[in-house]
Design a protein. Sequence first.
Length: 201
Amino acid sequence: MIDITQAPYNCDPTGQTDSRSGFQDALDQAGDVYVPPGTYLIDVPTAQGPFDPVLDVKSNTNLFGDGTQLSKVVANADGRTSQWRIIGSVSGFDNVRIADLSINCGWDKSHSYGGETCQGFIADTVPADDGVEPRVFSRLSLERVHIEHVGGDPFYLGQGTIYTQTIGCTASHYNRQGWQCAGSHFKLIGFRDWDKKNDSH
């Protein structure tokens, strides 16, 4: 098991310094990736492509924390002038679980320059019209994940997602739809929308 606070990853649980590089290095190893209690600052690079997730998830990854009140990922999007996505994949994956943590996407009304602005978790081949063959995102499980401060969709599962389950997840402070899925063979259990736009129990 990888603990993201331990060497060589050395993510800062105090939220004082950027943990993006170490966090991504841990995700690149796949397997069990543990996020201990703390707040982890993730700087969104100003040069980041608008469709690429800041934290890219690989196949066979089990990313988990100690609960949404304890293990927190907080994005710093100061200086962004285009859309950003916090975590997920646009290249495809198989067998991914994300559980028991919260994600603050760093959006506020100062970022309202048009478009979707940002998304929380993304699994989609985008943009759809750029000639890229559709990717497959299979066997995804999102469990007790909270996503907030999102200019677009907290949870966006595109057409390539299959055999997906979302269990006990929540969303708040967002601009569009709390949970959106264009894929097939999915299960949505106990989704709670704290903004009261849509719930599923």
